[in-house]
Write a protein that binds this ligand. Structure first.
Ligand SMILES: Nc1ncnc2c1ncn2[C@@H]1O[C@H](COP(=O)(O)OP(=O)(O)OP(=O)(O)O)[C@@H](O)[C@H]1O
Length: 517
């Protein structure tokens, strides 16, 4: 790696040990309980949780990369990515533990006992939709209901029916054997621990709380940056494998491996991103003093509420996000094809704004990727046809003299619908569709109809993996994983010779836990 860092035997042994622990999945709803200005006490407890949970996930990734199928594990880029994970594992496990004074222990304990009332207060201050969602989740996931076993409520409700506990569904809710799960993993350091604990914001927490929160946040920021280039570098690894095996299509085992790899990466990034964002929005000592003053003055008056909790928007406006994605995709398209104006994209949505709890970054990514595909298909399918038509009308006209800006492309439609369970978005184009035999291939990594895959810079390190227009064949498979991460899905239906419809389903109940491999 050129940094002198080495995966030592001792570190490897520790990684093997952690890779044997169960992971703990966390739902969107749990992540959002911190509120827009989280209590440093809550962040402190979550920091401890993260410092124990992340090494398990990182260790599993190292192990999985070491066992990547069909020699993918031997590719230089795969090994590079594995080393990044091992290094991050090391940094987190070596992070200084907080020394908790008796004063802090007492503070945290006292809030643990107040927990129930706090949660009731929080639940009652939620929007009606959120309360309704919570009720539905409670009903759907009543442990008395055997159907609930595999559904995502693990960690959502305690036996008092209020949001509390963080522990693995697959383990203690549904399995009589608490020590190992179906994957043969044993109880983790986070087993049965709480990711979210309600602590007050209107008190001044001891300095050690802020110090530890900063320590963890700084460590996570460094780790997040290290892994910015993971998707691209892993893609490079697959490319190396394809070159070595002289094949253009990845086989199903590699495909499954990559799906799991990227899905767990989304989970890790989500936890890290959320925690860093929570840290930066936690109440500062000054804010806490002001709040406590205001609360004393006006009997607990409300502070300014934002609709963000970390990276999650509790009130994510689908129409606005779609507009942003449309604008960005059109801009990229105009640059790429030298167009004054990209083909029209019509947004068809109900009059009233549709808002729900989601991660705007994920939504914009999925829409941007699918819109880019539709724009490309529309232009490439219609350009020769439209030019020919013009030449037929005017025999004097030469094909090569026709400017692309003189062509009138059929519009792309983005239709948003709102149901009780789902918010669905259909992206419809008339870009000629995809032959039926090729449809399964579009979900495979590095499948693209772009003749020249863009080359990656050796030190490529962008926070998101976005090709200028197309060419890596990652757009659809990764977008589908993003949709599935919170219980949604992405489907594509093609009419060869006419066009393609992409259906993006987003689960609005937000109750599903992360799908952990
Ligand atoms: N709306 C569409 N119409 C026609 N073909 C499509 C459409 N969407 C996707 N495809 C086909 O599926 C292939 C894979 O799409 P995907 O988004 O995964 O990768 P890409 O666009 O080639 O590259 P990138 O990863 O850079 O986005 C495309 O190359 C294209 O051939």
């Amino acid at each position: 790696m050129g940094t002198g860092w080495e995966l030592t035997k001792a570190l490897r042994e520790q990684i093997v040990k952690y890779a044997g622990y169960q992971q703990t999945s966390i739902s969107l709803r749990q992540m959002v309980q911190f509120g827009p200005t989280p209590s440093p006490g809550s962040v402190f407890l979550a920091s401890q949780f993260i410092v124990e949970e992340l090494p398990i996930r990182l260790a599993i990734k190292v192990k999985n990369l070491e066992n990547a199928p069909h020699g993918l594990n031997k590719m230089p880029s795969t090994m590079k990515v594995r080393d990044w994970y091992a290094q991050s594992f090391q940094e987190l496990t070596e992070l200084a533990k907080p020394e908790i004074s008796s004063e802090l222990a007492e503070m945290l304990n006292s809030h643990q006992t107040d927990k129930k009332q706090h949660r009731i207060d929080e639940a009652t201050s939620m929007s009606p939709i959120l309360q309704e969602d919570m009720k539905t989740v409670a009903e759907t996931h009543n442990p008395a209901n055997s159907e609930s076993k595999n559904v995502a409520i693990n960690n959502i409700f305690s036996d008092d029916g209020i949001v509390v506990r963080t522990s693995s569904a697959h383990s203690h809710m549904s399995s009589p054997d608490r020590s190992t799960n179906s994957k043969g993993r044993s109880e983790s350091p986070t087993f049965g621990k709480t990711y979210y604990t309600s602590c007050p914001t209107n008190v001044v927490w001891p300095k050690e709380v802020y110090d530890y929160n900063k320590l963890v946040s700084d460590a996570l920021t460094k780790i997040k940056k290290r892994h910015d280039a993971t998707v691209a570098t892993m893609a490079q690894g697959v490319q190396e494998w394809k070159n070595e095996h002289k094949t253009v299509i990845v086989n199903s085992q590699i495909q499954t491996f990559l799906d799991r790899f990227y899905m767990s990466r989304i989970g890790i990034r989500m936890l890290i991103g959320q925690h860093i964002a929570l840290n930066s929005s936690q109440t500062s000592p000054t804010k806490a003093k002001i709040n406590s003053f205001l609360n004393g003055q006006n009997g607990g008056g409300s502070s300014k509420r934002s609709n963000y909790v970390g990276v999650i928007c509790t009130d994510c406006n689908v129409g606005e996000i779609a507009e942003d994605a449309i604008e960005t995709a059109k801009y990229i398209c105009e640059e790429y094809y030298g167009l004054f104006e990209a083909p029209e994209i019509q947004l068809i949505a109900p009059k009233n704004d549709i808002s729900f709890m989601y991660v705007p970054g994920h939504l914009i990514h999925m829409l941007f990727e699918t819109l880019k595909n539709s724009l490309r298909a529309t232009i490439e399918f219609h350009t020769p046809r439209l030019k020919e038509k013009m030449c037929q009308k005017d025999p004097e006209l030469l094909l090569e003299d026709i400017d692309i800006n003189d062509l009138k492309f059929p519009p792309i439609k983005v239709i948003i619908s709102e149901g009780y369970e789902d918010i669905a978005i259909k992206i419809s184009d008339e870009g000629g569709g995809i032959p039926r035999s090729e449809v399964p291939l579009i979900w495979t990594y590095l499948y693209t109809t772009v003749s020249q895959t863009p080359t990656l810079e050796p030190e490529y390190s962008q926070s998101s993996f976005k090709a200028p227009m197309a060419g890596f064949g990652y757009g659809l498979p990764i977008s589908r994983l993003y949709s599935q991460y919170f219980g949604g899905d992405l489907k594509l239906i093609s009419m060869e010779g006419y066009g393609t419809d992409v259906y993006l389903h987003l689960n609005r109940l937000s109750s599903s836990s992360e799908p952990l491999p």
